[in-house]
Design a protein around this ligand. Structure first.
Ligand code: 5CA
Ligand code: ZN
Length: 429
């Protein structure tokens, strides 16, 4: 589907280097673009929205974290190939559509449009491929059939399926562990009891009768009365959640990618199994780095559609907040931290930005006007690059601007500082 317009990203002198990122699979910091040289292509898959209640500050924080990664890759002279999905058919979306009496397709389309508008306003670099699950049904069904052919998918009796000849399909963890390099926990780095708890909390169905292992995830759901469904090689129905991202990523980016990303709520089961499904079909490791942002809370709980404790980017914008200030409020937090949005955060960020702007607009002395401190802005660039190289330390990078704008500079240096802020952090003076 259509994504959104690309923001202008000013060119900077020289090049930075691809940052090291925390990898949840190994618990170590890894080169985010290992083996990718300048002029070659780094690949990124970030899990997109399930389109309702978009775009809240938690969503925005996740996409801004990976936007920062894209910007640092571009600054390192790399080409970037980036894919994001839209989970435009799934249980929570269908439930919301039913509860509000709206057609699920209309709900999805209107929320994707709102999301695009917010992303454009925040000047987030768009994915090269923006792909809805409903656009990928045939390939997903083919992947389920391929898993079945390899003995890693099995049917579970589904008495409530509309067509008695069809059934739900599940991924066989034990079979995959025997015949592929993947084992349960190797992507998330979590222990068995944590995985068991999270599976039940995050959309899994450990109690489903007929499964070989309570944690085996759903690959394909047979059609039920009143639910959307498509004819396919594995019967009429619709895709499970993890296989969708696995297939969309491989179709657009290849079998092994540099970084798989999303919010911290996706570490398990979603990214564990989307990687497992990919490895089961290719025999290769799916992503070299598994990177996740922290979760944003509001009023004491994770900001989530199910709880309804949401602060929407569009609400803040409608109330007069500038997108640059919203960006600054979010990027002031380390991307891996869990943090809580406080009412008025956008106003504090707007004050900070206003301080920088006032400093940039102040007339420089004659000596400075002659351009004698240009080296200073190059040193600022070096410091900002160093901070971002260190696991995307955006708060550390922003502090460099606090210090820099606290003293006067020549117009040329100020112009370069503004370009650095714009190119690497997406904030305009
Ligand atoms: N469609 C799936 C991924 S395939 C999904 O999780 N959709 S979502 O709309 O719930 O979330 C979209 C993205 O925002 C995901 O990467 C998710 O991890 C992230 N996210 C959701 N809630 C928060 C939050 N409170 N804080 C930070 N990130 C969040
Ligand atoms: Zn996903």
């Amino acid at each position: 589907m259509r994504s959104w317009p690309r923001p202008d990203i000013p060119a900077l002198p020289g090049h930075g280097s691809a940052p090291r990122l925390h990898d949840d699979a190994s618990g170590r910091f890894l080169d985010s673009a290992a083996g990718v040289e300048p002029g070659e292509t780094a690949t990124l898959y970030v899990c997109g929205i399930t389109p309702y209640d978009a775009t809240h500050i938690g969503h925005a924080a996740t996409y801004l974290a990976f936007d920062t990664l894209v910007r640092t890759w571009l600054d390192a002279g790399l080409d970037v190939l980036y894919t994001q999905n839209v989970t435009d058919v799934d249980d929570p979306l269908l439930e919301r559509a039913t509860a509000t009496g709206v057609d699920w397709r209309e709900l999805a389309a209107s929320q994707v449009e709102l999301f695009r508008t917010d992303m454009e306003a925040l000047r987030v670099t768009p994915p090269d491929s923006y792909v809805g699950v409903t656009e990928t049904i045939d390939s997903i069904a083919a992947a389920v059939a391929a898993l079945r052919a390899r003995g890693m998918a099995y049917a579970v009796p589904t008495p409530d399926a509309l067509d008695p000849a069809t059934s739900d399909w599940y991924f066989d963890i034990a079979a995959a562990e025997q015949s592929t390099p993947w084992v349960l926990g190797s992507e998330s780095g979590l222990d068995q009891s944590t995985m068991g708890r999270l599976f039940a909390e995050r959309g899994g169905d450990p109690e489903r009768e007929g499964k070989r292992d309570p944690l085996d995830p759903l690959l394909w759901r047979a059609e039920r009365a009143g639910e959307p469904a498509w004819d396919s090689v594995v019967g009429r129905g619709r895709p499970g959640w993890h296989i969708e991202c696995s297939v969309i990523a491989r179709e657009t980016l290849g079998d092994t990618i540099c970084v798989q990303g999303g919010g911290g709520d996706l570490v398990f089961p979603h990214h564990e199994f989307s990687a497992a499904h990919a490895t089961a079909l290719t025999g290769e490791r799916f992503a070299r780095v598994n990177a996740h942002g922290g979760l944003v809370a509001f009023d004491g709980e994770k900001m989530s559609k199910s709880l309804g404790n949401l602060v929407l980017v569009s609400q803040l914008r409608a109330a007069g907040s500038e997108p640059d200030a919203i960006r600054l409020a979010i990027l002031a937090h380390p991307y891996r931290d869990d943090w809580e949005w406080q009412r008025g955060d956008e106003l504090l960020a707007a004050e900070r930005l206003a301080g920088w702007r006032a400093s940039a607009a102040r007339p420089a002395s004659d000596e400075l006007s002659a351009g004698l401190d240009d080296d200073d802005a190059l040193a600022l660039l070096e410091r900002v690059r160093t901070r971002l190289h260190d696991d995307l330390d955006t708060p550390g990078a922003l502090e460099q601007f606090d210090a820099w704008f606290s003293t006067p500079h020549s117009p040329a240096s100020t112009a370069l500082a503004a370009r650095i802020l714009d190119a690497l952090l997406g904030i305009r003076l």
